[in-house]
Design a protein around this ligand. Structure first.
Ligand SMILES: C[S@@+](CC[C@H](N)C(=O)[O-])C[C@H]1O[C@@H](n2cnc3c(N)ncnc32)[C@H](O)[C@@H]1O
Length: 244
């Protein structure tokens, strides 16, 4: 279910109603609902609040301040991803099946590749769109498409990709899972929309997409989805399983 969208002032009403219409919910000024899960539209953009999230801040995608982390760059992560992609003389056409906060997509884009990113959550898709619209650096999104869909539904129409990239949510039962507040928020968004995933089943569908390689991001201790791995790129806490 998509929770109501609250807006901060009458100035926001038109935009709030448009967002709410696209999301399939209602726009309200009734701030009695602030202690319940809700979307919030203000001058600062669209955000999501869940009372059970550890962070008391609303969750927002902000590519300008670096609060979504991609600018606070993870040099080591970048090195590992580059290694997993392999040497490419020409820009690659990458299908990112799990958009999330677009951190990995942005890394691919900053390396000069073209990216199509898929996100199953309607709420997160709209938060991302809003973040992209407010981004001061539009040039990075020139070779980028974001689609609201489940990757498995998209699989049969996925053509001409060099790389299929898959970074499913970690299981929330694991000790270390959702240690990042942002991932916890994504998990709350999925819970709110009653979206449940089976990453192994998704992998089995996605690996049928014709591409030169599939790169799967896993927690370092997680079991590989298949024994057919061609190589692995190991980091401290994560690894990339590469299937050719
Ligand atoms: C771990 S996060 C990905 C983080 C992302 N790689 C990043 O760098 O920000 C997983 C995301 O993929 C989405 N997702 C998981 N399975 C999906 C599927 N089958 N189709 C589309 N989106 C999916 C989830 O909703 C969630 O937003």
């Amino acid at each position: 279910m998509i929770p109501p969208l609250l807006y901060s002032s009458a100035n926001q009403q038109g935009l709030a109603e448009e967002f709410a219409g696209n999301l399939g919910t209602t726009a309200r000024t009734n701030h009695e609902l602030v202690s319940q899960p809700h979307l919030y539209l203000s001058e600062a953009g669209l955000s999501f609040f869940h009372p059970e999230a550890r962070s008391s801040n609303k969750f927002q995608i902000d590519f300008n301040s670096g609060s979504t982390g991609w600018r606070v760059k993870r040099a080591n992560h970048e090195k590992l991803i580059k290694k997993a992609l392999g040497k490419a003389d020409l820009p690659l056409n990458i299908l990112d099946c799990t958009a999330g906060m677009l951190q990995d997509s942005l890394l691919f884009l900053s390396l000069g590749h073209r990216v199509t990113a898929l996100e199953q959550s309607k709420i997160l898709f709209h938060l991302l769109q809003d973040g992209i619209n407010r981004s001061k650096v539009q040039s990075i999104f020139q070779k980028f498409d974001l689609i609201h869909t489940n990757a498995c539904s998209y699989a049969s129409q996925a053509k001409n990709f060099d790389v299929v990239y898959f970074d499913p949510m970690y299981s929330s039962t694991k000790k270390n899972a959702l240690s990042s507040g942002q991932l916890e928020y994504i998990s709350k968004i999925l819970e709110t929309e009653s979206i449940e995933n089976n990453p192994l089943k998704d992998f089995e569908v996605l690996q049928l997409i014709p591409a030169k390689k599939m790169v799967v991001k896993r927690s370092i201790k997680a079991k590989p989805f298949s024994s057919q791995i061609n190589y692995q790129v190991l980091g401290k806490t994560t690894r990339f399983d590469v299937y050719i």
